[in-house]
Design a protein around this ligand. Structure first.
Ligand code: FAD
Length: 447
């Protein structure tokens, strides 16, 4: 897989273009029984993709004691050669992880934070403390935990192993999919040869470069901008406070935006907005990164660079999250910019939503029609998340003219007036999306 990414310059749709990456765990390839038998196997539920969404679903199926098979083309968690991508996990996701039995290791490894500060130039425009909000004590999980995404994925893999009943097949790449009234058929390629699986239901959790979109002819509403960022994951000798800091206009980054967050292992994620025409190789060169860091933290600050990588984002949403026996989930269903931590967190919510419905249907406790409510509920959430993140993206990279004038006015008023602070949009943090049009919640049964 690493070679494939090197060829295309892509990693799951985010344009990471360099980096040596963290050391990730590797899981063994086990020859699937179908290769020896030569006959296609039958599995009621097949999950394709062992990222955050696929593994959350697999873990939930194991917890419901509903058998499933998960296929992943890689032999590890995270993305080889890329940074951790996701870092910030919401209370809702933490509650789901608590139910699945992986909250404890996440809390032990991760960092809790509640104070956020937003700056423009040298001024603090506003700050918040989530502990002062009324909903703070409603959950036994904190508002957020920051942790590298691959740790969560690895905890899920371990938990699935403990629970049993769900088979994880590493180095199994799905190369074709078809479906009819009798079921779905998947072609899979492995280091030991190719084989086929028949399935009743298939979940596409292959991320933003999903091949299933093409296989089922899914229509996608998409938008690509020219906003460019460069991540520097670093360790410091002198620590900034454990708070989320965002600069809309950072004097040390040519008045472009900057994010600063702490993750596990004492690693800070510093994310710098680049000029739209920035050369990814130049902005991520070590001397250039170090110069940027010393402009921000002072030349006396000793910095260990853990990972550096430039990226661009896009915004996409499939128009239907269910196509017959196939369900789109996580980034396969929608891709959003990272602002507000809505990508992974909503993929986790997709998984949580589909899991209990699949379990109820497989156990004969609900009619298969219940599964339609997955599209109704999670597509509404996906559209909402695309809308919210697109608005943030436009605030952070406004077009010349009205958008720029609006931003300048919002920033100058926000220094003085409370009402204007709400207009400063550095990312609306992910929430549990409400559903307004679900047949599962319609007491009249859709009449
Ligand atoms: C810079 C950055 C910061 C981010 N920060 C956050 C954050 O703070 N919080 C947050 O919630 N989200 C964040 N995100 C978004 C988050 O990383 C993604 O939304 C999340 O990884 C999507 O998970 P997924 O399981 O849908 O897909 P992925 O994680 O992309 O997993 C897809 C899996 O499918 C497998 N696969 C692909 N094709 C096949 C195939 N044909 N056969 C078998 N397997 C296949 C791959 O090997 C991979 O394991 C961030 C993203 C970026 C780029």
């Amino acid at each position: 897989m690493a070679e494939r990414y090197a060829e295309t310059g892509f990693t799951n749709g985010y344009e990471f273009t360099q980096g040596s990456g963290y050391v990730l765990p590797e899981y063994p390839f086990v020859e699937p029984p179908e290769i020896k038998s030569g006959a296609p196997g039958h599995h009621p539920i097949v999950i394709v993709g062992g990222g955050l969404a696929g593994l959350t679903l697999a873990c939930a199926m194991a917890r419901y004691q509903v058998p499933a098979v998960l296929l992943d083309e890689d032999n590890t968690v995270g993305v080889k050669g890329a940074s951790s991508r996701g870092i910030c996990y919401t209370q809702k996701s933490l509650e789901i992880f608590h139910r699945l039995g992986v909250y404890e290791p996440i809390a032990a490894k991760g960092i809790q934070w509640s104070v956020g500060r937003t700056f423009a130039g040298n001024d603090e425009v506003y700050s918040f403390d989530l502990r002062q909000q009324s909903a703070y004590n409603l959950s036994s999980q904190p508002p957020f935990i920051n942790i590298q995404q691959f740790y969560i994925e690895a905890f899920l893999v371990d938990r699935i192993g403990q629970l049993g009943g769900v088979e994880l097949r590493w180095n199994n790449r799905v190369t074709a999919f078809q479906q009819d009234d009798d079921g779905a058929l998947l072609d899979i390629t492995t280091p030991a040869g190719d084989y086929r699986i028949r399935a009743d239901y298939v979940v596409d959790a292959t991320g933003s470069r999903s091949p299933f979109r093409q296989w089922v002819g899914a229509s996608v509403t998409a938008k690509k901008g020219d906003d460019r960022w460069c991540i520097a994951d670093v360790r410091f000798t002198k620590h900034p406070p454990v708070e989320r800091h965002t600069w809309v206009e950072a004097p040390f980054n040519e008045n472009r935006a900057v994010w600063q967050h702490l993750m596990g292992d004492n690693v800070w994620r510093i994310d710098y907005q680049m000029a739209p025409n920035a050369d990814p190789d130049q902005v991520s060169r070590e001397d250039v990164v170090r110069e940027r860091l010393s402009r921000q933290f002072g030349s006396d600050c000793e910095v260990e660079i853990v990972w550096v990588g430039p990226y661009a984002y896009r915004s996409e949403c499939v128009d239907r999250m269910r196509h017959g026996r196939l369900f789109f989930m996580g980034d396969a269903a929608k891709v959003v910019s990272p602002f507000g931590a809505r990508g992974g967190n909503t993929g986790i919510a997709d998984a949580d939503n589909l899991a209990w419905k699949l379990a109820a249907v497989m156990k004969g406790r609900a009619a298969p029609a219940l599964l339609d409510s997955y599209h109704e509920e999670r597509h509404e959430a996906a559209q909402q998340n695309v809308l919210v993140t697109n608005r943030t993206a436009r605030f952070l990279r406004p077009a010349d003219g009205v958008e720029k004038v609006f931003r300048t006015a919002a920033l100058s008023r926000a220094r003085q007036y409370v009402f204007a602070r709400q207009l400063v949009n550095t990312g609306r943090m992910a929430i549990a999306n409400p559903y307004t049009r679900s047949s599962a919640c319609d007491r009249t049964g859709g009449q």
